[in-house]
Design a binder for this molecule. Structure first.
Ligand code: PEP
Ligand code: MG
Length: 364
């Protein structure tokens, strides 16, 4: 068995030496980041921050999103800041010296709002009993106002960051503080700030300006230089089609092929599979789900176009992918061919991605 382990290890070494693309992992916790590192990940390509806002912190986020006054909003943000700082400290520690792409908040809004049916029943019952329900009623009105039929196409990502003042700057401040702490402790944190669901360069420009201001502020407070890349996900067709403009405000692109597949095909990531995917697979409309293996003819064409236009506008732009396809063998070959700098996938797929990236390079 030892011989076998040594042989596999040697094989991985050949493959790693051959490949051109780096392999990173998607990780949201220090434990996942450490596991990914043991699997050979060369950084975190996607740290989804929405998971950090669930559980006990849900009520803070709820209060933030539904806040009626600046005071209420600022209180929620002030309560969230130290918690976020701690989240990032752990991940930067686990990945010291390696890049960590932190994606600013991108939840479908309904995940953070109280359940509308439950709330309606509570209000109705209180009303029938003649009990006080002013607070719940106000909450219900606010939830109604924000209710969406298609949350995945709604107030998500950068849109939420623009609509809720202070939300993204709180996250950037937490990243900056955690990084400053580590620098002062002799570490080498390498955060990269990533803006989700961008469709136009203006969205990115506003958030970028705010983020640069916060980095400079926190840097001055701590007496350290915080010069971190700011980039965007390319996960909407419009972003891919205007990649040349977007690159002017982005030091890197990370292709979000999950959302890009959803929006290019017009499939809902949440619903589509149950209703007709098995039928399509049976009839051979496609051999494998485009959410699993990249649809090279459609989604892939946009990835290629955006990579070319991004590079033409900014030759030193870094290009990666962090959708599920980053760990799919056939898709990894495609990303190599298009010239991406890295793929990012779930930690347990890292070895596969390393091997496939090596094979792709050996073939070309
Ligand atoms: C994507 O859309 O491909 C992506 C990586 O982001 P998420 O899956 O979190 O929407
Ligand atoms: Mg996405």
């Amino acid at each position: 068995a030892d011989d076998l382990v040594r042989a596999v290890h040697r094989f991985m070494q050949y493959s790693d030496a051959a490949r051109r693309m780096n392999v990173r992992a998607n990780a949201d916790t220090p434990e996942d980041a450490a596991r990914a590192r043991r699997m050979g990940a060369q950084g975190v390509g996607l740290c989804r921050t929405e998971h950090m806002f669930l559980g006990d912190r849900r009520t803070l986020v709820e209060r933030l999103i539904l806040a009626d006054t600046d005071k209420e909003r600022e209180e929620s943000l002030a309560a969230l800041l130290p918690l976020q700082r701690e989240d990032f400290t752990g991940i930067f520690e686990a990945m010291d010296g390696l890049p960590v792409t932190v994606r600013l908040l991108d939840p479908p809004l309904h995940e953070f709002l109280p359940d509308i049916t439950e709330l309606s029943v509570r209000v109705a019952v209180a009303e029938a009993r003649g009990e006080e329900h002013e607070g719940d009623l106000r909450l219900l009105q606010a939830v109604h106002r924000l209710h969406e039929q298609n949350p995945m196409l709604g107030l998500r990502g950068v849109r939420l960051g623009l609509v809720v003042p202070g939300l993204f700057t709180m996250q950037v401040r937490a990243i900056a503080q955690a990084a400053a702490d580590r620098i002062k402790a002799g570490g080498r944190p390498r955060p990269e700030i990533m803006i989700p669901l961008v469709g136009t360069v203006q969205e990115l420009e506003i958030i970028r300006e705010e983020s640069l201001r916060v980095l400079a502020e926190v840097g001055a407070e701590h007496g350290v230089e915080l010069d971190f890349p700011i980039g965007t996900m390319i996960e909407l067709p419009r972003a891919a089609l205007t990649a040349g403009q977007i690159a002017e405000n982005a030091e890197f692109f990370s292709f979000g092929t999950n959302d890009l597949t959803q929006t290019v095909w017009g499939f809902s990531r949440d619903d589509v599979e149950a209703s007709f995917f098995s039928n399509y697979l049976e009839k051979g409309v496609f051999g494998v789900s485009p959410f699993e293996s990249l649809d090279v003819d459609g989604v892939g064409r946009l990835v290629r176009l955006a990579a070319q236009e991004g590079r033409a506008a900014r030759p030193d732009i870094k290009l990666g992918v962090c959708g599920e396809h980053g760990g799919d063998p056939a898709s990894v070959h495609f990303f190599h061919e298009v010239g991406l700098d890295y793929v990012s996938c779930s930690p347990f797929r890292v070895p596969v991605a390393r091997l496939e990236a090596g094979r792709a390079a050996a073939r070309s």
